[in-house]
Unconditional design. Structure first.
Length: 317
């Protein structure tokens, strides 16, 4: 069952606009646990504008919101720039009220709701008449999930460094557009001067070495790789930035590779969740996900194993 706004409307408990991002809380009629998701608000495009989006970008860039949810899970209630430093904070923060246009049409908001649901569709199933929370499905934790759960980022100074890492990556290829801005807006404070943050100096090894010792550094690097994989192309600048972070954080080459693979697998699993929304395959999306695996550096047999694991964990035959 392909999710539509009409079929999703009964699930929508609340919506909140944060800049150019719509945060949606879904809950089924049985009163299952609320599920929060988000998606960018986009202006409706004409035919000419729509042709700019390639299939590959549609598959991967929309998954940046899966990474956004992972970032929010990792940092919990810690404010992203809580200890960014007084001088840096003054130069990097200002109100965005004048720059945000809240006058989106009902159709544009409905499209964002559908896109937000696609990111969490694996947690629901279509029962023939309505979307219901798939609470009976067994849970299989991936390496990515275990890292986030076992090693959250709890120190505000560490969270501030993570914010700078992700802002650098969002603009690393020189193409900082609406998708990248929307991603940052999902977890940065509403009054952040995102342009100032993106244009700021790159993190130095000395700054990276100030991050708390231990596996929290691995969580940060894994999230950085995850964002890199959500671009339409893995730019050399993004790869170099992640390698620089690994060196500065003191993470070995072998461990860095494992974290890279965990992030790639998470992004691909999110694509399969979209393709198998409601327990029924969308063959076009499934083929797009399999094609995206190559760009993620995952061989086809590995991609198919990830798909099989996703299906088993959600009771899909």
């Amino acid at each position: 069952m392909e999710p539509t706004y009409v079929s999703l409307a009964p699930l929508v408990q609340s919506t909140e606009q944060k800049g150019t991002v719509l945060v949606v809380v879904f809950q089924d009629a049985a009163g299952g646990a609320p599920v929060t998701a988000s998606a960018p608000l986009r202006r409706s495009k004409g035919v000419a504008g729509a042709t700019r989006d390639t299939v590959q970008r549609k598959v991967l860039s929309r998954l940046s919101f899966a990474i956004s949810r992972a970032v929010n899970q990792a940092v919990g209630d810690v404010h992203m720039l809580g200890k960014f430093g007084a001088q840096a904070a003054r130069s990097a923060m200002k109100g965005l009220a004048d720059s945000v246009d809240s006058n989106y049409s009902a159709e544009e908001k409905q499209a964002a709701i559908v896109e937000a649901f696609q990111g969490v569709a694996g947690r629901f199933r279509w029962d023939g008449s309505a979307w219901v929370l798939d609470s009976a499905a067994p849970t299989v934790k991936t390496a990515f999930d275990r890292q986030l759960e076992d090693v959250p980022i709890t120190d505000a100074a560490d969270v501030a460094v993570l914010g700078r890492m992700l802002a650098e990556l969002a603009a690393a290829d020189g193409d900082f557009g609406d998708d990248e801005r929307s991603f940052l807006e999902t977890f940065l404070p509403a009054d952040t001067d995102i342009d100032g943050l993106v244009a700021g100096p790159k993190l130095t090894h000395a700054e990276l070495r100030q991050v708390s010792e231990g596996p929290v550094r691995e969580t940060m690097l894994m999230l950085a790789w995850g964002l890199s994989f959500c671009d339409d192309e893995l730019a050399p600048e993004e790869q170099e930035a992640c390698r620089r972070y690994a060196q500065g954080l003191g993470i070995s080459i072998a461990r860095g590779k494992a974290l890279r693979n965990a992030a790639a697998s998470f992004v691909l699993e999110s694509a399969f969740a979209d393709a198998w929304a409601g327990g029924i395959a969308d063959e076009a999306k499934r083929e797009q996900a399999l094609a995206a695996a190559e760009r993620l550096g995952l061989p086809l047999p590995v991609a198919k194993r990830i798909e099989s694991q996703y299906k088993r964990s959600h009771g899909i035959r």
